[in-house]
Design a protein around this ligand. Structure first.
Ligand SMILES: NC(=O)c1ccc[n+]([C@@H]2O[C@H](COP(=O)([O-])OP(=O)(O)OC[C@H]3O[C@@H](n4cnc5c(N)ncnc54)[C@H](OP(=O)(O)O)[C@@H]3O)[C@@H](O)[C@H]2O)c1
Length: 232
C-alpha cells in the first residue's frame, strides 16, 4: 500500500508520514515545492531510518498514491482538490482538512457545505472513495514515533471499502480506528479539532485526544441489521 500525503510538509502531514513509515507503509510526501518535499523526505528518513519514503511535487505524489491524504490549510483545500482531481480518479482520498475561526481557533468555521469533507465531496470525481479522518490526532504526537498514540482515529465516509482501507492503515500505525458513520458526521469531527485546541490551552497540554469507551472491538462493529438499522 502506497500512501501519498498532499501537504505532507506540514505538521499533520509530516506526522502521518512518519507514523506510516514507521509502520512499514510506503509514503510519498507531496509538496508544491520540490525542495520542501525533499526536506520532508529527509525528516522522515531521520525519524525512521530505512523507511520507504520519498518527496514529490503534489501531482506526482497524488499519481503515486493508492491512498491520497489531503492535509492542507482549509483556505487552500478547494484549489488543491480542483488542481489534483484529475490525479485522484479511482483512489481512496482521505480529507483531514479543518476550517477554524481565525479569530478563535477553538471554534470551527465550516464552509457553506457544512464541513471541509463535504466540500471535498462536491469537488472530487464521484468514484473517489472519500473518507474524512485524522482531525482529532495531533501531528506533533504522530511525529514522535516512540510515543504511543492512545487516542482513537475517528473516521467517517459513505464508502465502506474506502473506510476499511483507512481503518487498516490506522491499525498498522497502532491507532484504534473508530468509524463514526457517514461523511455527514465530518461536521462533528471537524468541530472537535477546535475543542481539542481549547482543551490543550485550558489544561496546558499538547496532545489532548479523543478515545471512546465501551467499544470492545471498534474495527469490527456488529452488523447494522443486528440493531435493526438499515443505513450506514
Ligand atoms: N496540525 C495538526 O496537528 C492538525 C490536526 C488535525 C487537523 N489538522 C488539519 O489538517 C490540515 C493541515 O494541518 P497542518 O497543521 O499540517 O497545516 P499547515 O502546516 O499549515 O499546512 C500543511 C501544508 O499545506 C501546504 N500549504 C500551505 N499553504 C498552502 C496554500 N495556500 N495552498 C496549498 N498548499 C498550502 C504547505 O505545504 P507546501 O508548502 O510544502 O506545499 C504546508 O506545509 C489543516 O486543515 C488543519 O486544520 C491539523
Amino acid at each position: 500500500m502506497r500512501v501519498a500525503i498532499v501537504g505532507g510538509t506540514g505538521a499533520l502531514g509530516l506526522g502521518l508520514a512518519v507514523r506510516l513509515a514507521r509502520a512499514g507503509v510506503e509514503v510519498v510526501i507531496g509538496s508544491r515545492s520540490d525542495a520542501r518535499a525533499r526536506e520532508a523526505e529527509h525528516q522522515v528518513l531521520r525519524a525512521v531510518p530505512g523507511a520507504l519514503a520519498r518527496g514529490a511535487i503534489w501531482d506526482r505524489a497524488a499519481d503515486a498514491g493508492e491512498v491520497v491524504v489531503i492535509a492542507v490549510p482549509a483556505a487552500a483545500q478547494e484549489a488543491t482538490i480542483r488542481f489534483l482531481a484529475p490525479h485522484l480518479q479511482g483512489k481512496v482520498v482521505v480529507d483531514a482538512t479543518v476550517s477554524l475561526d481565525p479569530s478563535d481557533p477553538t471554534s470551527a468555521a465550516p464552509p457553506p457545505e457544512g464541513s471541509c469533507a463535504l466540500r471535498a465531496r462536491t469537488l472530487l470525481p464521484p468514484e473517489v472513495g472519500l473518507v474524512a479522518a485524522f482531525h482529532t490526532l495531533s501531528g506533533r504526537l504522530l511525529a514522535d514515533v516512540d510515543r504511543p498514540v492512545t487516542a482513537d482515529a475517528l473516521l467517517c465516509g459513505d464508502d465502506p471499502e474506502a473506510k476499511e482501507t483507512v481503518a487498516g492503515l490506522c491499525e498498522r500505525m497502532g491507532i484504534r480506528p473508530v468509524d463514526v458513520g457517514p461523511l455527514a458526521k465530518s461536521v462533528v469531527l471537524e468541530a472537535l479539532t477546535g475543542i481539542l485546541i481549547g482543551l490543550n490551552r485550558r489544561y496546558r497540554r499538547r496532545h489532548v485526544g479523543v478515545r471512546f469507551t465501551g467499544l470492545s472491538d471498534p474495527s469490527s462493529p456488529p452488523p447494522l441489521a443486528a440493531w435493526g438499522i438499515s443505513g450506514r
